[in-house]
Design a protein around this ligand. Structure first.
Ligand SMILES: O=P(O)(O)OC[C@H]1O[C@H](OP(=O)(O)OP(=O)(O)O)[C@H](O)[C@@H]1O
Ligand code: HPA
Ligand SMILES: [Mg+2]
Length: 179
């Protein structure tokens, strides 16, 4: 698995420090508010687990599962909801947690759909942002790192469902997906 990684872009230590920094900001932002943190599966799973433990106020969590990539490296543009939030979000402050924003298609679709359920607010937090690849404009409130236009894996992010368990973020060698 390590042999498929061309370069490590973010080390485990850099990620830990950034998650702590984001958690501190979110603690201040949501103090005294009814917070529901919504992770977008599967990619956000690792980031979400670390992030909520750095937010030091009462909160609830839930998950949605959507898919637009299948086993490809380009978004299909069709967002499928596989699992929805299990509770009413009306009047709640929603924090959507993503591992990566690339084309923006996933979040554009999701935020528009969730707005119709009348939450008190919706904000977005992503560990990684690839602004160069944006097809849909989405307002991201909290970004861990801006990344170059390369196919990234690790820390929850997959290629063909593998590499999610790498503790760092790396670039996959092109020969891995070109073969
Ligand atoms: O901005 P976009 O171009 O829409 O890409 C970002 C989305 O793509 C990935 O999910 P994917 O659909 O691959 O599912 P996964 O989280 O299960 O890997 C990632 O976790 C984001 O949800
Ligand atoms: O760079 C990426 N890597 C893996 N999955 C992704 N989904 C959107 N962008 C990416
Ligand atoms: Mg994926």
């Amino acid at each position: 698995m390590q042999n498929d990684i061309g370069r490590v872009l973010l080390s485990e230590a850099e990620i830990v420090a950034k998650v702590k920094e984001l958690g501190d900001k979110l603690t201040e932002e949501y103090r005294g508010k009814e917070l529901l943190v919504v992770g977008i599966l599967k990619g956000s799973n690792v980031f979400m687990s670390d992030l909520i433990r750095q937010i030091n106020i009462p909160l609830k969590i839930d998950f949605m599962m959507v898919s637009s990539y299948g086993n490809a490296t380009e978004s299909t543009g069709v967002v499928k909801i596989i699992k929805d939030i299990e509770q009413s979000i009306s009047g709640k402050h929603l924090l959507i947690v993503e591992d990566i924003i690339d084309s923006g298609l996933t979040l554009k679709y999701l935020t528009e759909m969730l707005e119709t359920r009348k939450p008190a607010s919706i904000k977005l937090c992503t560990l990684l942002d690839k602004p160069a690849r944006r097809k849909e404009n989405v307002d991201v409130d909290y970004v861990g790192f801006e990344m170059p236009d390369e196919f990234l894996v690790g820390y929850g992010i997959d290629y063909a469902e593998y590499y999610r368990n790498l503790p760092y973020i790396g670039v996959l060698k092109p020969e891995v997906y070109e073969k």
